[in-house]
Design a binder for this molecule. Structure first.
Ligand SMILES: Cc1cc2nc3c(=O)[nH]c(=O)nc-3n(C[C@H](O)[C@H](O)[C@H](O)COP(=O)(O)OP(=O)(O)OC[C@H]3O[C@@H](n4cnc5c(N)ncnc54)[C@H](O)[C@@H]3O)c2cc1C
Length: 400
């Protein structure tokens, strides 16, 4: 039976980055990933910290020509409610960065990752599913769908929301759903976007335009499920006019490329993110609505943490409690992001006046208080960055 130091399960974006990062960190990796079938027309906004990970992995130069920088992000209250929030703008230059991050087509991410994985000498890829898991005290034994067994010191489960690894390790989940569907599409427009992303807050959820290279943008539009069905059935020309009107023609004439794709919205959080010789990463551990570009960014922080801890002593075998330690380290970040996104989404859906007042007041405060806005921007880019910069400023003030 073949033995590996690490087995990474699942060939989505999380699993592909994890397999590559751990192989580059000096571990012998088995990457068990059935071929990804559906054409994924989504784009992913990755923040500065995630872009730096792609740079360290030598992927960024290939991806960059397909990506558009996000220099300004603005929130416009598009609700018809009595209490409306002011328009709030976040500028990357205010926190010393040319861009908060970049918006990248998922096809470009997958293509670059597939090529890097195929060329990685420390990694063996298997296009199979894992059917059976046996978590022993010394090692984990996996049986693939072709009947082949293999063993590993440590398993990284990136096998998505319905993770079989999580179930085999008897780790429960909390799941909840929302009466919302995300409609995803890409479009060309006649006016330049100036690297500005605009999020309109509406009564059914956000309507978020994110720049792509040239005069093109992607859109994530959160609506009720029946409305998503109606919009998907429309001819593309009619849908283009609706999108343009929703955006108050701020990008000129809109022409949608191809039929939209839809994603029902729900959240999930595993009770633990690691246990013994297992770590859960990406949507196997945490999933939530696509609001504020948090999902894959959070997953990449799982991977940064894992590769740092597993590469600290590459000459030593991976310890039997590495999963428990991963669980304790990742818990605060994962819980903050999951509940933060949930709160923001619910505050948009709620018709309860005090909730609307709190949301409007929060955005008003952000619009009128630059130091607070800077803190929020920095925390959005990388957890802890805002607080570190606040303490640095205070330290400098005290020295004066
Ligand atoms: C509309 C939308 C927009 C988004 N936009 C952003 C954004 O702008 N920024 C951001 O950071 N995030 C964004 N996200 C989130 C991001 O797309 C996800 O976090 C990410 O794609 C999840 O990837 P994953 O690899 O964890 O899971 P998945 O993509 O679900 O991959 C799991 C993989 O595991 C495989 N698998 C399952 N079982 C087994 C098994 N037994 N053996 C082997 N393999 C198995 C599956 O075949 C699959 O390929 C968005 C999400 C949506 C829905």
């Amino acid at each position: 039976m073949q033995h590996f130091e690490v087995a990474v399960i699942g060939g989505g974006l999380t699993g592909s980055v994890a397999a590559l990062a751990l192989a580059r960190a000096g571990r012998k990796v088995a990457f068990i990933a059935p071929a990804v079938e559906d054409a994924d027309r989504r784009t992913t906004a990755l923040m500065d910290q995630s872009i730096r990970l792609l740079e360290r992995l030598g992927l960024w130069d290939t991806i960059e020509p397909s990506a558009a920088p996000l220099s300004v992000m603005q929130i416009i209250d598009g609700t018809k409610r009595l209490l409306r929030a002011p328009t709030t703008q976040f500028r990357a230059l205010d926190v010393g960065l040319p861009a908060f991050g970049y918006n990248i087509p998922n096809t470009a991410l997958h293509g670059t990752l597939d090529a890097a994985v195929a060329a990685e000498p420390n990694l063996v890829q298997m296009h199979d599913r894992v059917e059976l898991f046996d978590f022993g005290p010394e090692r984990v034994t996996l049986t693939l769908s072709n009947g082949e067994p293999l063993s590993a010191d440590f398993v990284v489960a990136a096998d998505g929301r319905n993770s079989a690894a999580r179930e085999a390790a008897s780790i429960g989940t909390r799941r909840w759903s929302y009466p919302q569907t995300a409609l995803v599409l890409n479009f060309a427009h006649t006016a330049p976007h100036g690297n500005v992303s605009t999020e309109f807050h509406t009564e059914t959820g956000p309507f978020t335009q994110v720049p792509l290279p040239g005069s093109r943008s992607s859109l994530v539009w959160v609506v009720r499920p029946e409305e998503a069905e109606r919009l998907c059935a429309l001819p593309l020309e009619e849908l283009s006019t609706i999108v343009e009107t929703r955006m108050q023609s701020m990008l000129g004439k809109v022409t949608i490329d191809a039929a939209p794709q839809t994603w029902p919205l729900s959240s999930l959080m595993a009770e633990r993110f690691g246990k013994g010789r297992l770590a859960l990463v990406g949507e196997a551990a945490h999933a939530f609505p696509p609001i504020g570009a948090q999902g894959l960014n959070l997953s990449l922080r799982d991977i940064i943490d894992l590769s740092q801890s597993l590469s600290a002593h590459p000459e030593r075998p991976i310890s039997a409690d590495a999963g428990d330690r991963f669980n304790s380290r990742r818990r605060p970040d994962i819980m903050t992001r999951t509940f933060g996104v949930d709160l923001l989404n619910r505050s948009l859906l709620s018709d309860f006046l005090p909730v609307q007042m709190a949301r409007a007041a929060g955005l008003h405060l952000l619009a009128s208080a630059p130091p607070l806005r800077n803190l929020v921007m920095q925390e959005g880019i990388e957890p802890g960055r805002g607080l570190r910069s606040l303490f640095d400023t205070l330290r400098q003030e005290m020295r004066r």
